[in-house]
Every structure is written in structure tokens, then in C-alpha cells.
Design a protein around this ligand. Structure first.
Ligand code: NCD
Length: 312
């Protein structure tokens, strides 16, 4: 593995090996002293040209716990705001001897493009409406933990995963569909017709507009945020109507099986796509997802940079 740009690039073996190593990394997270020497002397630059709380912080923590030098660059404070092109910014930082770039960018495809320019390895931390592979991996990790805790041995094969919400603007759904295609989960997408991506018929998933009918069948219910910042308006009448049709409301929570996992990648809009009752329910795995995020990102960075990996 040279870069991590798309969840679809991972083979079954690679995906499982990333999840297995994340389990070992999760042990480190539980220790009082959270430091491994694994990436000592390696330099990781987190470049976030879009807002982020959990993804940026967890990549930074992951790098630090493995003793790498991690530096954060944000779009606003960098020379990009002086008119420098992304290519020149990347070539500049690459020339300093950086080993790995973790990049979030508002344009779909921009992260994959940078991988053609630099010697360092590149991790896609979210590109526009396209992909967010480490999110799909941490979701898979949290699902596997959930199934194991319920005594289920087969982690993904045949599991019914409902992904609900603003799928049109979501990079999380695309990466989850690609990863679950490899891991064996059966994905059902639920959204109003205006928030379904074009070409979804070819994704190998089931599509529904009836959340009430889908919920009792689901082993995992993943709610996605309504991404107002990417909308020019007109996708649904009002937030209240959206919530009535597609939100995981307190009433609808009764239709979710008690052994099913409720998930949300965050940030949550409580009262819109998810009620507080659902977000804080006993079977909500939202904070387990966050916790898995650090372990999975440690595993990804180790796979890319451990040994001889990284800049050439
Ligand atoms: C998501 C993202 O930025 O793609 N959040 C995340 O990384 N945890 C989803 C979102 O913004 O709704």
C-alpha cells in the first residue's frame, strides 16, 4: 500500500489486516502512557482545507502516539490564501522532506491528484463529496466490535447495514459502500429522492425511501448529517419535514432492533437527522466510532510508513 485514496483500492486481505492492526493499536489507547516508537523520525503533515474536529485531531493523535512529528496546515493560514496553487504548495512541503500528507479538500478528486505530484505518501481524509476511506474503516471497526460484543462471530458477511440521510453530499456513504462491497455487508441506502446520488443503481446496493420499513431489518443503522453547507437550497421543504420522513426520531427508535448498532460519523445535528434519544441510546456506537478513529488511523499510518514505507 503506497497511498490510501479510496476504500475501493483495498483488497479483502488489506482491509482485514488494517482492522486487525487497529485492534492492537486500540490497546495502546487504553494504556496510561500512550507512546510507541514505531514512526520515530517520520514527518506527517495534516493539511485540512475544510473544517474538521474528529478527523484532524485523531490523525494528529495517531501520529503523535507513534512518535512521528506531526504538523498541521490549514487552508486559511497557508499560502493557498495568497493565490498559490495546490500543486505549488504540495511541491514546496514535499521538498522539505515530508514522509506523509493527510489531506482534506473541498474538491472531489483533489487528494488523488496530489498523489501524482509528491514523493510522500498521501492519505485521503475526505475529498469533497467523493471519499473518506478512513471513516469507512473506523465504521467497520466499530461494527465488528459491536457484533463481537453480541456474540456474533461472522463480522460483515450478510450483515444488513442501512445508511440513511443526505447521501448526495456524503463522501462517507461512498467509502462505506465500497468497503462493504469488499467485506461482504449488504447495504441499503435510505434517502429522499432529491438526496440520492446519480448513478446509485450501479452501486450494488438496495435503495429505499421508506425508513420505517428498513429499520426493523437492520443490523446497523448509520445516520448521516444533512450537509447544509453543500446545499444551495430546495432539497427538502423544511428541517421538520425532513426529520419526520428520514430522521431517527424518538418514536422511530422503537423500530430499531435492540441488538442493532446506531451509528453516526459526526458531527451530529441533533433534532434533524438524529434525535437525542437515539444519539444517546444504549445501542448507540457514536463514541465507539470516535475512539476507533484513533486506532484505525494509527494502523493506516503504520501500514504506510512503518518499515521502509513513505517518501522515496
Ligand atoms: C464527515 C465528513 O467530514 O465527511 N465527518 C467526519 O469526518 N467524521 C461527515 C460530515 O461532515 O457530515
Amino acid at each position: 500500500m503506497r497511498h490510501l485514496l479510496s476504500a475501493g483500492d483495498l483488497s479483502h486481505r488489506e482491509a482485514l489486516s488494517l482492522l486487525d492492526m487497529a485492534e492492537e493499536m486500540h490497546e495502546v489507547q487504553r494504556r496510561p502512557i500512550k507512546k510507541l516508537p514505531a514512526l520515530r523520525g517520520r514527518t506527517i503533515v495534516n493539511m485540512f482545507f475544510e473544517d474538521s474536529t474528529r478527523t484532524r485531531t485523531s490523525f494528529e493523535i495517531a501520529g503523535k502516539w507513534m512518535s512521528a512529528d506531526t504538523i498541521n496546515v490549514s487552508g486559511k493560514g497557508s499560502s493557498v490564501s495568497k493565490g498559490e496553487s495546490l500543486r505549488d504548495t504540495m511541491l514546496t512541503l514535499d521538498a522539505m522532506g515530508v514522509d506523509c500528507f493527510v489531506i482534506r479538500h473541498a474538491s472531489s478528486g483533489a487528494v488523488a491528484q496530489t498523489a501524482n505530484w509528491v514523493r510522500a505518501c498521501v492519505v485521503n481524509a475526505g475529498d469533497g463529496q467523493h471519499e473518506h476511506p478512513t471513516q469507512a474503516l473506523l465504521d467497520a471497526y466499530a461494527m465488528r466490535q459491536h457484533f463481537r460484543a453480541s456474540g456474533v462471530r461472522e463480522a460483515f458477511e450478510g450483515k444488513r447495514i442501512a445508511i440513511v440521510g443526505d447521501l448526495l453530499h456524503s463522501r462517507v456513504v461512498r467509502s462505506n459502500v465500497l468497503l462493504q462491497r469488499t467485506l461482504g455487508g449488504q447495504v441499503t441506502l435510505v434517502a429522499p429522492p432529491t438526496l440520492l446520488p446519480a448513478g446509485v443503481e450501479s452501486w450494488g446496493v438496495t435503495v429505499s425511501h421508506d425508513l420505517d420499513a428498513v429499520l426493523p431489518q437492520a443490523d446497523v443503522v448509520m445516520m448521516l448529517r444533512v450537509q447544509r453547507e453543500r446545499m444551495a437550497g430546495g432539497f427538502f421543504p423544511t428541517a421538520r419535514e425532513y426529520s419526520a420522513g428520514y430522521g431517527l426520531t424518538a418514536e422511530r427508535l422503537a423500530r430499531v432492533r435492540p441488538d442493532a448498532a446506531i451509528m453516526h460519523p459526526g458531527p451530529m445535528n441533533r433534532g434533524v437527522e438524529i434525535s437525542s434519544e437515539a444519539a444517546d441510546a444504549a445501542n448507540s456506537r457514536v463514541l465507539e466510532q470516535v475512539s476507533a478513529g484513533v486506532a484505525v488511523r494509527m494502523s493506516v499510518l503504520y501500514h504506510l510508513l512503518g518499515g521502509e514505507g513513505g517518501a522515496r
